[in-house]
Design a protein. Sequence first.
Length: 89
Amino acid sequence: MNTVYCIKLNKELEALDRAPYPGELGKNILNSVSKEAWQQWLDYQTMLINENNLNLFEESSQSYLKQQMEKYFFSDEDDVDKIEGYTPE
């Protein structure tokens, strides 16, 4: 099992098997985000999609989610859009 020091959960955890996103962002995620943190993002992303009625066929929705993903992993947590009624663990 490969491990990575997860920048989101601040500990050594199981690494992703491959980059989950294309390009430099995908490489950065692969090298610094654990499977557990990636799953948490996928759950959060689903809530963002539902809360904001996003259409994933629209470039603006895809761009918004990419921006939120970058903030989720690589910025201060306060920069990420909040979901009403949701409190992170």
